[in-house]
Design a protein around this ligand. Structure first.
Ligand SMILES: [Zn+2]
Length: 84
């Protein structure tokens, strides 16, 4: 069930590694850990999807990285539960 035993600190540490997750730069253990959390946590799931789409978009447009503004917005989403 989503949001059960929700550990907000974990969300923040997940968020910090999301781009590594998308790019497949993480070791297997970290990757698995994140996968488990994201499955349980709607907020991280939404963040991951948004970031993934943005990264795809940036790649298509040959842009470098994710725009800071979006990164900030996602960060706020994680830090402030009322944003969802
Ligand atoms: Zn989370």
């Amino acid at each position: 069930m989503k949001e059960k035993n929700h550990d907000h600190k974990k969300c923040i540490s997940i968020f910090k590694r999301l781009s590594g997750y998308i790019d497949g730069e993480l070791d297997e253990k970290t990757y698995e850990e994140m996968q488990i959390h994201i499955k349980e946590c709607i907020k991280c799931e939404v963040c991951l999807e948004t970031l993934r789409r943005t990264v795809d978009l940036c790649r298509n447009m040959k842009m470098q990285g994710v725009p800071d503004r979006l990164r900030e917005r996602l960060k706020l989403m994680i830090y402030d539960p009322s944003n969802l």
